[in-house]
Structure formats: structure tokens, C-alpha cells
Design a protein around this ligand. Structure first.
Ligand code: SF4
Ligand code: SF4
Length: 364
């Protein structure tokens, strides 16, 4: 339960530290975006402190080519697609996985990659392809499913890797002239794995502070206060607010499992384009578990595919536009009938703004 007294005190402290100029703080995690929307923090903070949402949802940053590619694979009818529910309704140019399932294509919603592995074991005559979309938080468990598949001698399990890495995306944002960020509210869950170190370049090379934040409203307000204090002192640094959830060095065991199976490669992000070493592919020794290799698909999207007409997801993901500034928001695009992934995914920015009515009735 929210500690109202603490929130009042934190807001007073923020007022006290307020530099009274426009401050843009980007939250790089869809869970933060939802926590901010749910608790109404955007409205409680002073108007000059602008919380903007970044590329914090792995489904949202998935490139259209990747979506088209796994949809094509599904439609060929050669495989059973195993996926988390979030990808089910993401539309491609010829419909979504949910539509494909309606047409008799085999699509199975799973809650973990290990469940997909069991599916493969129980269907020895079928090929099961697990759709791996996620940041550093999810790659260790996907890697473990590959190691387990090898251990069990399974030949009909593979992973379609769309995994992405957070730090290269932050670097790309800071290199982008259109993007205007003064500090980062850094993702708690991703950081439980990677720790504090991979963000040091933000302050060292770009002079921007970052604070790894927990997910309660009090955590986010404390984080905003910590960022303002850094700005007032002119000392940008990478700090941790989420001490209860992570160790500064992250989780080495999980990182080792991920590194055993995956290796970085260039990847194409929705909105951010092709970023060097920002994605993960399976290492050569695990190629037989790599769906792209197994089914002869290109590893990295050759070119960006045309986005859904009327969808501003790319600009939303860079924090250049807010959801209500997309002309489809709340009209052609709603969670019931989403046009782009930012509205489809439960962690998407547009879904959060829609759910918590943050547009306050003002549609562009
Ligand atoms: S917890 Fe991880 S996957 Fe979920 S929104 Fe945050 S960064 Fe993204
Ligand atoms: S409101 Fe819909 S169409 Fe517009 S950017 Fe968001 S997801 Fe895309």
C-alpha cells in the first residue's frame, strides 16, 4: 500500500530541489511506465519535471521485419509456435499470431521457455519454435532452455531470438539529435542481471545521470529526487535506489548462462534502427537450436519493413512524442483493436496511457 505521508514528504523534497526549468527524465522500463500511470505520478510532480517513456518494452521495440518473419514461419504450417501471450496480438501486414491461430495454425501460449521445451518433448514429430523477445532479464532462462534441450537430446526445439540489450539502446538515444533526455530512471529488473557497471558510460561519456529504480511510487519519487540532487550538484552518476531488489554487481550466474548460449550481434529496433551489438544470436555451437538458422531466415533484418500506417510507435519509443500525439491513439488504435505494438503489449507505453487515461481526454 502506498505510504501517503512518505509520498507527501517526497513531493515536498522534490519541490525544494526543483531547478524550475524543463527537466526530461526518461523511464526505460514498461513496468515503470505503468507504475507511473497507475499512481498518477505525472500529474503529482511539478509541471516542469517531464517523465517520458523510452524503449522499455521488448515487444514494442521488436522490428516489423522480425514480426513478419515469425508470422511467415507460422503460416507455412511447418512448426508449432510457442510464445508468451504479449506477442499474440501484435499485428503484421497479414494479421497477427492470434489470427493465424484462428486459421488453424498451431500457436501455443506458454509461461516459460521450459514449458515450450516440454511441448517439444510431448510432440516429437513436430518442430517447436519458441519466440524469444526480451531484454537481459529474460535471456538467462531462454539460454537455460537451450542447455536443457541439449541435455535431453531434443532435436525439435529451437529459439527465434529477438532479444535486445538495453545499454546500446541508451547510447543510441543519446546520440540522436531529436532526443532530449536529462537523466534516466533505469530498469530495476534488467539491472538485477547486469548490475550497475554497464550504465557507467551514461555519466562518463554523456554527462547524464541514471538511477536504477524499484517499482513502487515511493521508489520512483525517491529516484526523481536522487536525479534532481545530482543535477543541482552538477555531478551526474549512476546510482541505485532499488537496493532491496539487486546487488550492484548483478547476477553473474544468470549472465554466464546467457553468455554460454548467446553472443551479441547487430539488431534492428523499432524506432531506433540498426544498432551495433544490441541484439543476441545463438552461438555457433548451439546453431541447431537457432530457428533462424534451422529454417534459413536472415539473422539480422535486411532493411526496415514499412510500419503500420498511422502508427507513431517509433517516435513514442524515442520519447519524441507522447501517445496522445499519435493521431490513431484512442480512435483507430485501442487495446481492444491495437494498431501498433505499443498498444498491444501490456508493458507498452500507449497501453499504459490509454489504461490510466493519461491523455486526459485531449486527443491530437
Ligand atoms: S521489467 Fe524488463 S521487460 Fe519488463 S518492462 Fe521492465 S525492462 Fe521491460
Ligand atoms: S497509439 Fe497505436 S498507432 Fe499510435 S503509436 Fe501507439 S500503438 Fe502506434
Amino acid at each position: 500500500m502506498v505510504d501517503k505521508q512518505k509520498v507527501r514528504y517526497q513531493l515536498q523534497e522534490i519541490e525544494r530541489m526543483n531547478p524550475c526549468k524543463q527537466i526530461n527524465l526518461m523511464e526505460v522500463c514498461g513496468t515503470h511506465t505503468h507504475a507511473i500511470g497507475k499512481s498518477g505520478l505525472r500529474q503529482l510532480l511539478p509541471q516542469n519535471i517531464n517523465l517520458i517513456s523510452g524503449p522499455g518494452c521488448p515487444v514494442c521495440v521488436t522490428d516489423d521485419w522480425e514480426i513478419e518473419s515469425y508470422l511467415d514461419l507460422a503460416r507455412q504450417g511447418r512448426v508449432i509456435i510457442a510464445t508468451f501471450g504479449d506477442l499474440l496480438k501484435v499485428p503484421g501486414t497479414r494479421g497477427s499470431l492470434a489470427d493465424a491461430r484462428g486459421d488453424g495454425i498451431r500457436v501455443s501460449v506458454v509461461y516459460s521457455p521450459l514449458e515450450a521445451l516440454t511441448l517439444a518433448q510431448n510432440n516429437p514429430t513436430a518442430e517447436v519454435v519458441f519466440l524469444g523477445a526480451g531484454f537481459e532479464t529474460t535471456t538467462p532462462v531462454v539460454a537455460m532452455s537451450v542447455l536443457e534441450a541439449k541435455e535431453r537430446g531434443l532435436k525439435n526445439y529451437s529459439v527465434f531470438s529477438m532479444h535486445k540489450l538495453v545499454p546500446p539502446a541508451l547510447a543510441a538515444l543519446l546520440e540522436d539529435k531529436e532526443v532530449n533526455v536529462d537523466g534516466f530512471i533505469l530498469p530495476g529488473h534488467v539491472s538485477t542481471i547486469i548490475g550497475q557497471e554497464p550504465y557507467q558510460f551514461l555519466s562518463r561519456d554523456y554527462g547524464k545521470g541514471g538511477v536504477i529504480a524499484g517499482f513502487e511510487p515511493e521508489d520512483i519519487l525517491e529516484t526523481v529526487g536522487m536525479l534532481l540532487a545530482q543535477m543541482n550538484q552538477g555531478e551526474p552518476a549512476i546510482k541505485i535506489q532499488y537496493h532491496r531488489g539487486m546487488a550492484p554487481e548483478g547476477n553473474a550466474v544468470a549472465r554466464e548462462a546467457a553468455a554460454k548460449v548467446f553472443t551479441p550481434e547487430d539488431a534492428r529496433w523499432r524506432g531506433l534502427g540498426l544498432l551495433p551489438e544490441s541484439g543476441l544470436r545463438l552461438r555457433r555451437e548451439y546453431e541447431r537450436f537457432d530457428a533462424k538458422a534451422k529454417f534459413g531466415l536472415p539473422q539480422v533484418p535486411p532493411t526496415a519493413v514499412k510500419v503500420q500506417p498511422g502508427c507513431a510507435c517509433g517516435e513514442i519509443l524515442k520519447g519524441i512524442k507522447k501517445p496522445h500525439q499519435c493521431r490513431s491513439f484512442g480512435r483507430a488504435c485501442t487495446p481492444m483493436e491495437p494498431v501498433g505494438p505499443c498498444m498491444v503489449s501490456s508493458e507498452g507505453t500507449c497501453a499504459a496511457y490509454y489504461r490510466y487515461a493519461e491523455y486526459q481526454g485531449e486527443l491530437a
